[in-house]
Design a protein. Sequence first.
Length: 193
Amino acid sequence: MTSENFLSSSVWVARMKTYFKLMDVKGDGVLSLLDYETIADRFIELQSDSSNSEVIRALFQNLFHNFVAGGNTLDANTRIGEEEFIKNAAKAVSVIESAIEAGRRKNEVFFDLVDTNHSGKISYEEYRQYLTIYSGGDDPDRAKKAFESLDVNGNGFITRTEFIEGHVRYWFTIPSDQADTPLPYGPLIDTDA
């Protein structure tokens, strides 16, 4: 699929707007490396083992550089607006085979970060804490809807497979309608907003 295929899907664009809003830590309408560093620091605080600190920081720097900023040169003043982000994201996911594999690897790491008790499954409370890290605020209703959309078998836990496949579907598929989408970041925002 081409980036144009993704950009022409109102549901896929709504997914990207939802992610953008969640990741805009300062709420200033742009994504910056500082937003991603702030989120990385929140993840580091959540971990019982600080040995992963550099891995977590590198993961978020890589996400910002390659996905949000489209691999362009960065500096401390780099700010990416919503439209630019959506175009960069479409380009990134349109290189499907290598991008999907990279997405799977990234979400393997994220699963282990979210599974704070290392049980091999994610509870609702762990997932709620994960979304709180991104947004900086607790929204139980958003977390419940996100959790339920990923808990495909309805057993009250998100397995590694459910987590990874849900995130991959969110980023790399173009659904026919909004009802046919996982919601790992909660309900989609209005595409007209």
